[in-house]
Ligand binder design. Structure first.
Ligand SMILES: [Zn+2]
Length: 294
């Protein structure tokens, strides 16, 4: 599932292709993703220019010159592909279209749900196998009260986040620290993978209760959160050379995971002789080392 670093990578990868570009055509091949795609989205998008593309938590925010914001969530498996339709090979066997106005667009893959064509012939395709992604369009004035954004916690890589902020948000919680880290209301952008990685880095057990985490541990945690996310974004950046792959993949950072998906493999700390365990925790796989995470 794309988490903060992957969405940030998508954002950086897409930005040079879409910012300043005019949306010519919007096509959708189904009425819903996780939820209903808003009625009238086509009319609101076509003709508008994307002025900015930003990220908030795991959401992409396309600011349009019409005063609207297009918001997208990649869900569990959403990917955005960029292509240049001016370079697509023309199929010589295909019969000629009946004039330039008879232009049909068909999804190229079974899970391509949305295609947006731009005036410079760039195309972005939203592909989502599991369809947990979501899309909405709203007036920019209501950004702080939008249902997907209003309750989001601080961005971990900004000044809105610190060990003190973390401490105050978890000090009375009886939940597991790992569950809390994945709570978007507490902190925006973390999911299962990075919560596991951050806790291993901090040497804190995923089964510790929030209210038992002391000030020093909060400081260690806050530092690990920033460090792991920065490294992952850096690794994602290096996967951007092939811009067709901008969308939601884990990039090269997956090769550097310390615990995630490493069940049974020796813990990466040289001094630790233990191996990584996987336990089901609140319905998600938790990977950790019981020797160095206490
Ligand atoms: Zn270990």
């Amino acid at each position: 599932m794309p988490e903060l670093p992957e969405v940030e990578t998508v954002c950086r990868g897409l930005r040079p292709h879409v910012v300043g570009n005019r949306i010519l055509r919007y096509h959708q091949f189904r009425e819903n993703l996780r939820w209903q795609i808003p009625f009238g989205i086509k009319d609101k998008l076509e003709g508008s220019i994307i002025e900015e593309l930003n990220r908030r938590g795991k959401f992409l925010l396309f600011k349009l010159n019409t005063g609207n914001i297009l918001i997208m969530h990649l869900g569990m498996s959403g990917r955005i592909l960029v292509s240049d339709t001016s370079k697509e090979k023309k199929d010589s066997k295909k019969p000629k279209e009946m004039g330039v106005f008879f232009h049909t667009v068909k999804p190229t893959g079974p899970h391509d749900h949305i295609i947006i064509d731009f005036s410079d012939q760039k195309r972005i395709t939203y592909n989502d196998v599991r369809r947990f992604g979501a899309i909405d369009i709203f007036k920019s004035e209501i950004i702080s009260s939008h249902q997907w954004l209003s309750k989001l916690g601080p961005e971990p890589l900004t000044n809105h986040f610190s060990s003190e902020v973390l401490k105050s948000s978890i000090k009375n919680k009886k939940s597991y620290i790992k569950t809390a880290l994945m709570d978007q209301k507490l902190l925006a952008g973390l999911g299962n993978i990075y919560a596991c990685e951050i806790l291993w880095e901090s040497r804190i057990s995923p089964f510790r209760l929030c209210l038992k985490i002391d000030n020093f541990e909060c400081e260690v945690l806050a530092n690990s959160i920033r460090e792991i996310l920065r490294k992952a974004i850096e690794a994602g950046g290096s996967s951007l050379r092939d811009f067709k792959k901008v969308g939601g993949d884990l990039g090269y950072f997956q090769n550097s995971f310390s615990v995630y998906s490493r069940e049974g493999i020796k813990c990466k700390r040289d001094e630790c002789g233990s191996s990584v365990q996987r336990v089901n925790q609140s319905g998600r796989s938790t990977f950790f080392c019981s020797e160095c995470q206490k």
